[in-house]
Design a protein around this ligand. Structure first.
Ligand code: MN
Length: 741
């Protein structure tokens, strides 16, 4: 007989074993259909292509899935690789089969790129969401398993790519669906290509000692067997060395050698019923010394992927620890085949097919309540909402974007950035232009077309958008739009009022005046002032009155300062000390600073370096702004700047020795980010009894944190004391005076 036909026959036999009244004619037709469709195609191994779908169908049959799944497995590459269409398959084998085949095809067509973990989790969810029918993902996993088994024929690049995808996407899904056996195989096969050296090392080391392992396993197994027989417990015992990837992970994570790995061996005792499980446990704990804290009762509290067993780790006479898992046959099925096994039982009970809402409900619950010892995974799966509420689409870069079901290109655009949404002029899905209200489907690639000249969102978009995020951003845009209107109205009113009191606009907007005016009205920018007038927060008349006061005040100051500046220049450049009334006697100013040769002049402290009494300082005569006092080590007072044209404007200044009001200065604390850091800083400041006027902390991406502090201190001694306290806080790298900004 033809070997391929023989293989088909084996499949048919396998399926008929668990399927009463199997329609063999229909199964055979599916096989012939696939065989004809793939006719002439070869796999990389040189085998006829049909071997692959046959092998996949065999794995599906191992899971004892229904006949539609077997047929879909046989046809799974037909749409992708041959001329076959959905309609044709639906006509011959029924719509359910066609839907399964199409589902698998869609998953096959997905392109994965390795991303950070959050993206991978999104990809896994997307894959499951796309599957809709859980059988699709089961068939896809079987397909991947066979491809991994035959990976040796692929190019090294393809091997790595597929292995990575398997490790990051398919093995975790298999785990989530409770399919332990498939998961192990997928992991081991992937590892083989991802770290061939590491894999071989473990494989060889296990091989070298395989006889020792066998001996140990057989010895323990025999002892357990004997004891349980004495107790009259009917059971089956398997012993094994754990699978390579789990050993690899332990070696890697704990950087241990194979010898040092705690439990390399695992035994499985399978009994008929639950009381039997606990009896066996009692015997095991009687025979061997249990390791504290290693007993877990997953029968009383099953894992969310339905896994049930008793786990314990014990140490025998040889001093070698090993794990024992005790379960019933039903639990064993579930442990090996997970969701597939459960599905089979359910089908047997109610003869229902997966695909109805109720069926989805428990699958969904299972995925939602997923809770493993792995806390991270628990959190990442908490929000899984498979079938109804979410849609997953790709950006052109392959990032997955997660949107509420029914989301449109508008939602997508605003989820990327509000600027993208506000400048959107169109959208393409899988390369085709779509209308704004197009409902995005799982797995689609969405591209937003933007234009700088876009007019912004339209009010209709609020009705189209499904996500709150998009709607909020659109509303914000309109608010801002109105703000623009406000600014325009406010500006007109303000300018009219200025004209009325005969102040030219330029007098207000000059760099020397504007900051004062704005400070006076407590606003940040001129636009804010206009907007405030526009929406009625203040009136143009009030604003202009303030402006006029400020202009008058500044005008007086300016006149005074101009005179002062002229005197200083004369003194320090021409004849020091000859004409000025105050010669060498420094005079105190209100600021606590004396400027050499100058009387009561306007002194301000440079914002760049915020000097405090005690700091060596130097002054700079600004144009119409008095003397600005810098620390001598301030970059803005660098000696190189004190030469040249402006040399004459640098003047000596000194601190007046007296107790004057506190000075404000800025400090920057760099520290290792941790809980309570800010609190410790605040405590240090309060115990130093200084006044804190601002304190803000921000985390840096590298796990550090920067705390910016503004404190008021009387002098350098006090400041040094503060710095000292801050330096003593746990995890602080340095405390610096802010400067040069
Ligand atoms: Mn395939």
């Amino acid at each position: 007989m033809d070997p391929i036909l023989e293989r088909y026959q084996a499949l048919e036999d396998k399926v008929s074993l668990y399927t009463p009244n199997l329609d063999t004619r229909r199964l055979f037709e599916a096989f012939t259909y696939a065989d004809t469709a793939h006719n002439g195609q070869l796999r990389k191994s040189g085998e006829p292509y049909i071997i692959h779908p046959l092998a996949v169908a065999e794995i599906v049959a191992d899971l004892e899935l229904d006949v539609d799944s077997i047929i879909a497995a046989l046809l799974h590459d037909c749409i992708e690789d041959t001329d076959a269409t959905h309609q044709e398959i639906a006509k011959r084998f029924g719509e359910p089969v066609a839907a399964l085949v199409e589902g698998v095809t869609k998953l096959t067509q997905m392109q994965f790129v390795t991303k950070e973990e959050e993206q991978m989790e999104n990809l896994r969810k997307m894959l499951m969401a796309m599957s809709r029918d859980i059988r699709v993902i089961l068939i896809k996993i079987c397909d991947r398993l066979h491809n991994m088994r035959t990976m040796e024929y692929q190019s090294p690049r393809k091997q790595r790519e597929k292995s990575r995808e398997t490790m990051e996407i398919y093995a975790p899904i298999a785990h989530r669906l409770g399919m332990q056996k498939l998961k192990w195989e997928l992991e081991d096969l992937s590892l083989r290509y991802l770290d061939p050296v590491g894999y071989r090392e473990i494989e060889e080391e296990l091989a070298v000692r395989s006889s020792a392992h066998e001996e140990f396993l057989a010895g323990i197994q025999h002892r357990i067997q004997q004891r349980l027989e004495q107790e009259g417990i009917h059971c089956t015992i398997y012993g094994r060395v754990k699978h390579i990837y789990s050993i690899y992970r332990k070696m890697f994570a704990q950087s241990k050698t194979l010898d040092e790995i705690f439990d390399l061996y695992a035994f499985r005792v399978i009994v008929d019923d639950i009381p039997g499980c606990y009896n066996v446990l009692g015997c095991i704990h009687d025979m061997f010394k249990p390791v504290l804290g290693r007993f877990k009762d997953y029968i009383g509290t099953p894992k969310p992927n339905m896994y049930q067993s008793l786990h314990t780790t014990v140490i025998g006479r040889e001093g070698i620890p090993f794990e024992v898992q005790i379960r019933t046959w039903e639990m064993h099925q579930t442990a090996e085949y997970g969701i597939a096994a459960h599905w089979k039982y359910k089908q047997g009970l109610a003869n229902r097919k997966l695909g109805t809402e109720q069926e989805f409900e428990w699958v969904r619950k299972l995925l939602e309540n997923q809770q493993d010892t792995d806390a991270e995974e628990f959190v990442s799966t908490l929000k899984v909402d498979l079938f109804a509420d979410e849609v997953f689409v790709f950006t052109p870069n392959g990032d997955v974007v997660n949107l509420p079901a029914g989301a449109t290109p508008i939602d997508f655009a605003y989820s990327i950035h509000s600027a993208v949404g506000n400048t959107m002029v169109g959208a393409r899905v899988n390369g085709r232009m779509v209308p704004y209200d197009y409902a995005l489907q799982n797995g689609e690639i969405v591209e937003v077309l933007t234009s700088k000249s876009a007019k912004g969102p339209s009010r209709d978009w609020l009705k189209i958008a499904k996500s709150n995020e998009a709607r909020n951003k659109i509303r914000q845009w309109f608010k801002k739009e109105r703000r623009e209107e406000n600014i325009a109205t406010g500006r007109t009113a303000f300018e009219a009022e200025l004209k009325h009191v005969r102040i030219p606009l330029s007098a207000v907007t000059s760099d020397e005046v504007l900051p004062h005016v704005l400070r006076k009205v407590r606003l940040g920018t001129l636009d804010e002032l206009y907007a405030a007038i526009g929406y009625g927060g203040t009136t143009a008349a009030k604003a202009v009155a303030r402006v006029r006061d400020e202009l008058l005040r500044l005008g007086r100051l300016q006149a005074e300062k101009a005179a002062a500046a002229a005197r200083t220049t004369a003194e320090s450049v021409i004849v020091p000390g000859s004409t000025a009334p105050s010669t060498n006697t420094p005079k105190r100013t209100e600021s606590g600073i004396v400027v050499e040769g100058l009387g009561n002049c306007l002194v301000k402290f440079a914002k760049c370096c915020t000097p405090v009494p005690g700091d060596p300082v130097i002054g700079f005569i600004t144009r119409g702004y008095g003397v600005s006092v810098h620390r001598q080590d301030c970059p803005n007072a660098d000696p190189s700047r004190r030469r040249g044209e402006e040399a004459a404007r640098w003047v000596k200044v000194a601190w007046v020795e007296s107790s004057l009001p506190a000075y404000r200065t800025s400090l920057e604390v760099s520290a290792k980010d941790r809980d309570g850091l800010t609190l410790d800083v605040a405590m240090a400041l309060s115990s130093a009894k200084v006044k804190v006027s601002a304190l803000s902390a921000r985390a840096q991406p590298d796990g550090h944190a920067i705390v910016n502090i503004e404190v008021e201190v009387r002098d350098k001694t006090e400041l040094d004391a503060v710095i000292n306290r801050l330096n003593n806080i746990q995890g602080v790298y340095y405390v610096a005076r802010a400067s040069g900004k």
